[in-house]
Design a protein around this ligand. Structure first.
Ligand code: SF4
Ligand code: SF4
Length: 66
């Protein structure tokens, strides 16, 4: 599943937009837009680098070795 942003935790810092290697995420005036969810390859950078823990990702089972 592509990332889901918790607007209550997000401080609009823009790090997820800057660090996403595939430009899936874009900053908008009102918040974070996961604009191209089908392009997400679940690298985890947005979740790892988010300073407030606002990003949640459900990784595909195949990536977890299940
Ligand atoms: S990195 Fe986290 S806090 Fe910053 S804009 Fe993205 S979701 Fe919001
Ligand atoms: S998991 Fe990686 S590819 Fe997907 S939105 Fe986050 S940074 Fe971009």
């Amino acid at each position: 599943m592509p990332p889901v942003i918790d607007p209550d935790k997000c401080n609009l810092c823009g790090v997820c937009d800057e660090h996403c290697p595939l430009d899936v995420i874009y900053m908008e005036n009102e918040g974070v837009d996961v604009r191209y969810p089908l392009e997400c390859w679940h690298c985890g950078a947005c979740r790892q680098d988010c300073p407030t823990g606002a990003v949640d990702i459900e990784f595909p089972l195949i990536m977890l070795g299940v």
